[in-house]
Design a protein around this ligand. Structure first.
Ligand code: ATP
Length: 202
């Protein structure tokens, strides 16, 4: 799985559709302060399912929508699409039937976020799992925010362990365990109800 293009539309300072082509080797993004370099990295995290507005340097998730400038009105939606080369067929099951995979996230004011994978509506959880299983994703240690190194130095061992787990691609297992535990609890409640009914019938 190799990311090869990121397209931003109405996302933060990128009001017009803008493509970032990620070629083989090293891709550098250079520019003056405030030109949007960090916004590009945030777009990448956002399309992979980031749900914390603070991680997007905003107060609410709708803050990622272009807020307007002196010469341009604000937009009503923001969209980021990530084009992935899947010729090595390493994408997890359910996303692995094509050589190319395109994941799109769109947020519309007062409506919220929606995801698509190769044109089909997809749940946020499935997109998050797709990237978590591939050892990347919104919390990937490969994406280093400003100030993150000093945060790491001061972090407690438990938080540091989480970084190793992300890198090992096992963080999706925690989510699955949590979901399995909820299902188990539901099944136990149902069994208790069945016992009650059986007792009444006896
Ligand atoms: P530096 O080199 O200082 O870290 P940078 O190139 O990383 O800067 P960013 O922090 O990515 O720049 O971009 C900041 C710019 O994005 C600011 O000009 C800010 O006004 C603009 N911006 C952020 N959110 C929005 C939004 N919702 N609508 C319009 N512009 C926005």
């Amino acid at each position: 799985m190799r990311f090869h293009k990121l397209r931003l539309t109405g996302f933060k300072s990128f009001v017009d559709p803008t493509d970032l082509i990620i070629q083989d080797g090293l891709t550098g993004v250079v520019g003056p302060n405030g030109c949007g370099k960090s916004n590009l990295l945030e777009a990448l995290r956002w399309v992979m399912g980031e749900n914390r507005p603070t991680a997007m340097r905003g107060g609410g998730m709708e803050d990622v929508i272009f807020a307007g400038a002196s010469s341009r009105p604000a937009r009503n939606f923001a969209e980021v699409s990530l084009h992935i080369d899947n010729q090595d067929r390493l994408a997890p099951a359910g996303f692995n039937d094509m050589d190319n995979l395109e994941v799109v996230r769109r947020i519309t004011r007062d409506v919220g976020s929606a995801y698509k994978a190769n044109g089909k509506d997809t749940r946020a959880r499935d997109v998050q799992m797709l990237f978590a299983d591939a050892s990347t994703g919104a919390h990937s240690p490969a994406l280093v925010r400003q100030g993150q190194i000093s945060e790491l130095i001061n972090a407690k061992p438990k938080s540091r362990r989480r970084i190793l787990e992300e890198a090992a691609g096992i963080s999706g297992l925690y989510q699955r365990r949590h979901e399995a535990e909820l299902k188990l609890k539901g099944a136990e409640t149902n069994l208790t109800r069945v016992d009650d009914v059986l007792e009444q019938l006896a």
